[in-house]
Ligand binder design. Structure first.
Ligand code: HEC
Length: 146
């Protein structure tokens, strides 16, 4: 009799430990997911509120027209996706990274892999921009947000 009740107690302790562990694993998985989405989705209030640098945006417009316009329109799909308001959904950090490390990102970023499929497997070629040119193009895209 005594041994049965201690077995029950041991079982109960085991069950609680197991449940505790499962809940813990689930919450950390949820946290991981949350962090992933923070990385790609726009979170920085800063870029939203900072004023447009008109000179930089103008420089970016020139770069956009010579290097991006063949494949991207602002409002409709061409070879690539429309780019108006892309600055609302993706962070400046992410966009800069894509423009500066295009091929590398295409291999590693799950979101881009999906996009490439959507765009018939066409890989956007690296446009060879430097950091300043990338930030100018992004500033231009910010300036045409609606
Ligand atoms: C030869 C055509 C071509 C040129 C030139 C080009 N792109 Fe692209 N771009 C694409 C295609 C196709 C995609 C979608 C598939 C991919 O990313 O490879 C894309 C995707 C993108 C994305 C990702 C959008 C998203 O939702 O994640 C951004 C941002 C972008 N291009 C910006 C630019 C900018 C800025 C330039 C000019 C500096 C440029 N592209 C030049 C074809 C091009």
């Amino acid at each position: 009799m005594k041994s049965t009740s201690s077995l029950i107690i041991i079982f109960a302790i085991g069950l609680f430990a197991f449940l505790g562990l499962t809940v813990n694993v689930q919450t950390s998985a949820a946290k991981g997911l949350l962090q992933d989405s923070v990385k790609t989705e726009k979170k920085e209030v800063k870029t939203e509120t900072t004023e447009i640098d008109k000179k930089l945006a103008n420089e970016g417009k020139g770069i956009f027209n010579s290097k991006c316009f063949a494949c991207h329109k602002l409002d409709s799909r061409l070879v690539g996706p429309p780019l108006r308001n892309i600055t609302k959904t993706l962070t400046q950090e992410y966009l800069t990274k894509y423009l500066l490390h295009t091929a590398e990102m295409q291999k590693t970023d799950p979101k881009l892999k999906k996009l490439i499929k959507e765009y018939n497997g066409i890989l956007m070629p690296d446009q060879g921009l430097n950091k300043k040119q990338a930030s100018a193009v992004i500033e231009y895209l910010r300036s045409v947000e609606k």
